[in-house]
Design a protein around this ligand. Structure first.
Ligand code: ASP
Length: 334
């Protein structure tokens, strides 16, 4: 049998009712005891790294999870991370870059309903996660949830209440798990040994355009961050309300060395700045990157990893457009 390390971090799956609402209380060992079928699949050791609602997780938590996987990498065949669903897609994206190319499965799962509830998705999600973590065919960072296996670079929480909480954005599900049977459609790429990245530049901001938005909000952010992701409308562009304040703000920021990443607030199909004049005029600037079909979660985690190790704008550009775990497929002319 395979040896799997379960890393507990909290979330609804481990929560109990308290007078102030649901709060994580169960340890990973207590979760495992409630799903005895897992012990027939694999040998499991547990570590409780922290016990938080994932709303309160920060990049420092991603670093701790990465360190835990690195320190135990040679001892185990796979890893299951139980995690709150609210920021699971961010953690999954981050781990895809921080534990890059892992040939061993690193599986995140959680639940919309606590494991102690009569009606819960916790047990099946945990069992499915261990099925994937014990498989010879799985590798890399994936979310296993509601019978679907989603690449860590492609996941997004798209439902706040129902069991089908996660979608795979601009990429198919890589596998499904039904009644304990793993059906793999896409074999992910893995390398003999992962590259670990534990130094992040967390000075990254995200601003969502709204009609009539004040350019000073963008200026405020670009003066305080090393990189700013702009979630624009449609295929992308910057508004001009009778002047060029947004474009000028971006140009001033990139002259100061700030990295600007243009993306779209439309969930599916990605950006393409070249299409409209409002986006096209950004295309010539080397410090302006475009997320294309990447998720915002992946773009954010990727730039934190890249800026954690380089300030060279050509290298930032090269590494941002270099595909990692199928995070970016479409790169018009880059
Ligand atoms: N608020 C919870 C969390 O993210 C939600 C969940 O786990 O489903 O920790």
């Amino acid at each position: 049998m395979k040896n799997i390390l379960m890393i507990g971090t909290g979330g609804t799956i481990a929560s109990e009712i308290s007078p102030d609402g649901l709060a994580p209380q169960l340890t990973p060992a207590q979760l495992l005891a409630l799903v005895p079928a897992i012990s027939e699949l694999c040998n499991v050791d547990c570590v409780s790294l922290f016990s938080v609602d994932s709303t309160s997780m920060t990049p420092a938590h991603w670093v701790k999870i990465t360190q835990c996987v690195r320190e135990n990498y040679d001892k185990y065949d796979g890893f299951v991370i139980s995690h709150g669903t609210d920021t699971m897609a961010y953690t999954a994206a981050a781990l895809s870059y921080m534990i890059r190319g892992s040939k061993k499965p690193v599986i995140l799962t959680g639940a919309q309903k606590p494991i102690s509830f009569d009606s819960t998705d916790s047990k099946v999600n945990l069992l499915d996660a261990f099925t994937c973590a014990s498989s010879d065919d799985m590798c890399g960072v994936n979310i296993v949830f509601n019978g679907r296996v989603i690449l860590g670079t492609r996941a997004r929480k798209t439902r706040s209440k129902s069991y089908a909480a996660f979608s795979s954005i601009n990429y198919p599900f890589v596998a499904t798990v039904q009644d304990g049977v793993l059906m793999q459609y896409i074999k992910p790429e893995c390398e003999p040994y992962p590259q670990f990245c534990e130094t992040l530049d967390t000075s990254v901001g995200l601003i969502k355009m709204i009609p009539g938005i004040d350019f000073e909000l963008l200026e405020y952010m670009t003066r305080r961050k090393d990189a700013v992701i702009i979630e624009a409308f449609g295929v992308g562009g910057l508004p001009s309300y009778g002047d060029d304040k947004f474009l000028e703000t971006v140009i001033e920021a990139i002259k100061r060395g700030v990295t600007i990443i243009m993306t779209t607030q439309v969930q599916n199909e990605g950006s393409d700045l070249a299409v409209y004049n409002v986006g096209h005029r950004l295309k010539g600037w080397r410090n302006v990157l475009e997320a294309y079909d990447m998720t915002t979660e992946a773009a954010l985690a990727k730039i934190m990893c890249i800026l954690g190790s380089t300030r060279d704008s050509d290298e930032i550009r090269r590494r941002f457009y270099e595909p990692v775990a199928h995070d970016i497929l479409y790169r018009s002319g880059e």
